[in-house]
Write a protein that binds this ligand. Structure first.
Ligand code: ATP
Ligand code: MG
Length: 138
């Protein structure tokens, strides 16, 4: 069990003006922000980040969407971070997300679902390293 996870506020949520609202929900749930940046992925970088999905039918749509506007990337700290954050964001498809979750509140569809959350300790480390160097990540 690790105490860190990685998140992105996706282009739909940035475009919708929901950075502040989502960060507030993250803080209210007890997560501490240990690194954060506002940036934009190229199509190639989005493809690399979501490489595990490259055989899925939605890969093209996903990488176009994720490179289509700015995002906020962050490393979060809390006991049991990965599992607790997945609980906070809710199901991939917002129609199935529970009340009180970030996706229930701010996601419009399975493709444009407001936030990313790492699915394992191993991927949290890989994804954090993708965005932040040692200086940027205390
Ligand atoms: P994320 O990895 O972004 O936190 P997730 O772990 O809930 O999301 P994954 O199965 O890893 O879901 O899928 C990665 C992303 O691919 C989803 O968040 C969504 O944006 C997109 N996606 C997944 N399934 C579909 C689908 N059926 N149609 C369109 N896009 C999809
Ligand atoms: Mg995932």
């Amino acid at each position: 069990m690790s105490n860190r996870t990685f998140t992105m506020i996706k282009p739909d949520a940035v475009r919708g003006g929901n950075i502040g609202n989502i960060l507030q929900m993250i803080n209210a749930a007890g997560f501490k922000i240990v690194a954060m940046k506002y940036t934009k992925l190229s199509l190639e970088q989005a493809g690399k980040f979501y490489e595990v999905h490259n055989a899925r039918p939605f890969y093209g749509e996903l990488t176009e969407f994720m490179s289509g506007g700015p995002i906020v990337a962050a490393i979060l700290e809390k006991e049991n971070a990965v599992a607790d954050f997945r609980k906070l964001i809710g199901a991939t498809n917002p129609a199935q997300a529970e009340e009180g979750t970030i996706r229930k509140k701010y996601a419009a569809s399975v493709g444009e679902n407001a936030v990313h959350g790492s699915d394992s300790d191993e991927n949290a480390k890989i994804e954090g390293d993708f965005f932040f160097n040692g200086l940027e990540r205390p």
